[in-house]
Design a protein. Structure first.
Length: 243
């Protein structure tokens, strides 16, 4: 191989790469926060006793789970303005498409967690005369989130990597910036390699944390099975679920 590496292009353009990484992280955080909040009502609607509501929610989930994310990005950026007559900036389009996509996956994770909550816990809440909202807030959601935390974090890591697709609609994220620098400098090997390492530097520690959380949850789950759980009404009307 006669290729001569020139790493000076990295030191020269590293501030630009950091700016791109900052945009990637900003989009990731916004999408993750929005999806974690929106997925709760979507999961509850998916479990609704009203058949029409349940089927409409399932249709939304399956559409975003069974179509490519890139197509969803293009649809929001190019097709949605045609329907609405409103021009949507690339960054906003990226946030909308990624949020709709991640919410669909997150809602299914939540639903699985909600359905795994022991019936005894819900019955205990009813005996304490908790409203349905209080049961969801104090009993169902906390236990479901804790149980599904590894799945949720795994989805978040995948979302962080998938943000590279927003470069296709001219959002100045890390991938877009790296491609631009590579085109300008004719040093694609060095630039794209460093861009990959920057993604790795964020995703790999997160995956290690995920593995540790999974091990801790498995150990905690075995302990809870031995001890059992109890629902307690605390002063001020608060509810506490404890071993």
């Amino acid at each position: 191989m006669n290729y001569q590496f020139d790493w000076s292009v990295i030191t020269t353009n590293f501030p630009r790469l950091l700016e791109g990484l900052g945009m990637t992280l900003q989009i990731s955080v916004i999408v993750i926060v929005l999806s974690m909040l929106l997925a709760i009502p979507v999961a509850l609607l998916r479990m609704s006793n009203i058949e029409v509501v349940r089927w409409i929610t399932q249709l939304y989930i399956e559409i975003f789970r069974c179509t490519p994310l890139l197509v969803q990005l293009f649809w929001v950026y190019y097709a949605l303005p045609t329907l609405t007559g409103i021009t949507i900036p690339g960054t906003i389009s990226a946030i909308i498409a990624l949020t709709l996509n991640l919410t669909a996956f997150m809602a299914e994770a939540y639903r699985s967690g909600f359905q795994a909550v022991p019936v005894e816990q819900i019955e205990a809440g009813k005996m304490l005369r908790l409203t349905r909202f209080q049961q969801i807030r104090y009993i169902i959601v906390p236990q479901a989130l804790k149980q599904q935390l590894p799945v949720i974090l795994s989805l978040d890591i995948s979302l962080f990597k998938d943000t590279a697709l927003v470069s296709t609609i001219a959002v100045a994220d890390l991938m877009f910036t790296a491609n631009k620098i590579a085109t300008e400098s004719y040093r694609a090997l060095e630039i794209l390699s460093v861009a990959a390492l920057m993604y790795f530097a964020i995703a790999f520690p997160a995956s290690l944390i995920l593995s540790k959380i999974e091990r801790n949850l498995m150990m905690g789950s075995s302990v809870r099975k031995k001890k059992g759980l109890a629902v307690q009404m605390m002063p001020g009307g608060k509810v506490k679920v404890k071993p």
